[in-house]
Design a binder for this molecule. Structure first.
Ligand SMILES: Cc1ncc(C[n+]2csc(CCOP(=O)(O)OP(=O)(O)O)c2C)c(N)n1
Length: 579
């Protein structure tokens, strides 16, 4: 028995099932799954540039006969959707399992999506574990299922399932013998002549899967008091059990396809039927589509965000345990770029020139928050570069503020590169800043093509970013030290001056402070401080000011001695502590 998170359990389940290959792009709450899988013996695992690539790598390995694991967060499913939908036509060779980890509540995401819809839309079975014990079991079984029905399987998790540790019965690794590759163009070459018959295969499979779902032990009926019956899955099941211990429950482990018969049988065995689910009405609509009446809650169940036992009890108008009110005078702790973060001055200078900043996703999205306030948009990975191109197109011919895209190195490799090629191809203008902090910091410092580190520390090579820009034909490409305020200012000035007619790219290259964790001598504020607030405007968590006098002070425990603030102090008030 081991205590494992849902992510660790899925990785272990895949390993026990004999999976030998893993492909992923990091994304909370899925990231540790591939890191854990990569730590097992006899597997090869890699970070890919994005989720579409990861799924395609996996599909190739599956076609060749291997059992494969692919992992991503929910928004990664959007990126991987293209191969996913057609993988449902081709089917698999060796078993292929895709983890889609959802983030109801948006703890670390730009939206909340329900990955069930991908299963339903692509006709790919979805397994929904409610704890780590089920996660390992479902992962093991998913490979059998994938091969039996010749289809990839989605394991849909959520932040609560992925990150909560619960006891797990671990097993041995199956000695899976990789199948021989057999050439089968009518199965794998999806042009119309072959895709049309595969569509029929897919439709027949849907019927078989629905039959299987009705008999499969992943779904179970827990009959208790028949006055209330609840259909639920995943984390919602845990909340329902805690909130309504006497209610009868149809706990679904397979959430696509649904067995209509099972749902109707359960509905007819209870007085009132409810569906409890998080941030979605996927299940509710699906149950209603079976012709079953779903009761409304006495009070409202939130339509967005993560559920809790308390919210479920409130929806049923039941008493909730007393909790202490959170005092409203607690100091706010907004997220901020780390002390010493090399992204800071770029945003400070972008705010100074009042640029229109199309931002992107990563640690640097925090440049949008006060006091930096230096971001106008942030939508999805890679959008900074394409949206800046759009801004330039719409504002062409007008006097306008400089348009600057800001994108991290990992995000640039993920999808920024194809956006940049679009701008170059169409002779677009504007400025693109690539914030190369030598890592994928946001999700825990994973490797990426521009730092050349691989998931299993195999020998690799670092992609030459400046060389790449040159080969793409970017004439104005410079590399700048982002810790040097003057250099940042000058580079932005030069680039934005050119930008009406020409594209400029600035690579701001300096390692993330969490890579080396090096701490130099800290700084302190001496008696020269005139409370001008310049250092405060950098948003460094180590610097604060007195509420009354405005005089700044530096927390020497937090200061790592990067010296960025010293370049902004007009009165020589920031000194090295040991000087
Ligand atoms: C499609 C998609 N996949 C994954 C993520 C999770 N994610 C957000 S930003 C990011 C990478 C950030 O790395 P980088 O661009 O290098 O910026 P840094 O955090 O290092 O500043 C990842 C993996 C996401 N938001 N969307």
């Amino acid at each position: 028995m081991q205590l494992l998170s849902g992510n660790e359990a899925i990785a272990r389940g895949a390993w026990e099932a004999g999976a030998t290959i893993g492909a992923a792009y990091p994304g909370t709450p899925s990231t540790e799954t591939m890191e854990c899988f990569a730590s097992f013996d006899d597997v090869y695992a890699e970070w890919c540039t994005n989720e579409k690539v990861a799924l395609e790598v996996a599909l190739g390995a599956s076609a060749a006969g291997a059992r494969v694991l692919v992992t991503m967060k929910h928004v990664g499913m959007n990126v991987a959707a293209d191969p996913l939908f057609t993988a449902s036509y081709t089917g698999v060779g060796g078993g292929l399992v895709v983890l889609a980890a959802d983030d109801p509540g948006m703890y670390s995401s730009q939206n909340e999506q329900d990955s069930h819809y991908f299963g339903a839309a692509a006709h790919i079975p979805v397994l929904d574990p409610a704890d780590s014990a089920e996660a390992i079991k479902f992962a093991r079984e998913a490979y059998e299922l994938s091969e039996r029905f010749d289809v990839p399987i989605i394991i849909r998790s959520s932040v609560r399932i992925s990150h909560t540790k619960t006891p797990v019965e671990v097993g041995e690794r199956l000695s899976y013998v990789q199948k021989d590759y057999e050439r089968a163009p009518s199965k794998w070459v999806m042009m119309p002549a072959y895709a049309k018959p595969r569509r029929l295969v897919q439709l027949e499979r849907i019927d078989e899967l629905a039959k299987w779902a009705g008999e499969c032990p992943c779904n179970r009926v827990e009959m208790r008091d028949a006055s209330i019956g609840v259909i639920c899955a995943g984390a919602a099941y845990q909340h329902v059990r805690e909130a309504l211990p006497d209610a009868s429950v149809l706990k679904l482990g397979v959430t696509w396809p649904l067995s209509e018969e099972q749902i109707r049988d359960f509905a007819s065995s209870v007085d009132k039927l409810y569906v409890v689910e998080e941030a979605s009405d996927y299940l509710t609509s699906a149950v209603k589509a079976c012709g079953v009446e779903v009761s409304g809650f006495p009070r409202e169940l939130p339509r967005y965000g993560e559920l809790s036992p308390r919210l479920v009890r409130e929806a049923f108008d039941l008493s909730v345990p007393e909790t202490r009110e959170v005092p409203d005078d607690l100091p706010g702790r907004p997220p901020a770029l780390c002390p010493g973060c090399p992204h800071r001055l770029v945003f400070r200078e972008l705010a100074r020139i009042k640029a229109i900043v199309t931002g992107d996703i990563g640690c640097y999205t925090l440049g949008a928050l006060p006091p930096l306030n230096a971001m106008d948009t942030c939508v999805d990975m890679g959008a900074s570069v394409s949206m800046s191109h759009g801004f330039e197109l719409a504002l062409a011919g007008q006097q306008h503020r400089p348009v600057v895209a800001v994108i991290g190195d990992s995000t640039f490799a993920h999808s920024g590169l194809s956006s940049l090629i679009t701008t170059i191809y169409n002779q677009g203008a504007g400025t693109v800043c690539i914030l190369d902090n030598r890592t994928t910091a946001m999700t825990g410092r994973q490797g990426n093509p521009f730092n050349g580190e691989t998931l299993q520390h195999r020998e690799s090579r670092e992609l030459d970013l400046m060389g790449l820009l040159g080969s793409l034909g970017v004439k104005n490409a410079v590399q700048v030290d982002p810790l040097d305020a003057k250099a940042v200012r000058q580079a932005l000035k030069a680039a934005t001056k050119e930008q009406a007619d020409e594209l400029s790219v600035i690579v701001f290259k300096s390692p993330c402070v969490l890579i080396s964790r090096e701490r130099k001598e800290p700084y302190f504020v001496n008696g020269n401080c005139v409370a001008c607030g310049m250092c405060i405007s950098l948003g460094c968590p180590a610097i604060s000011k007195d509420g009354e006098t405005g005089i700044a002070s530096i927390d020497t425990m937090q200061c790592i001695g990067c010296g960025q603030c010293t370049q902004y102090c007009p009165s020589n008030a920031i000194e090295l502590l040991g000087a």
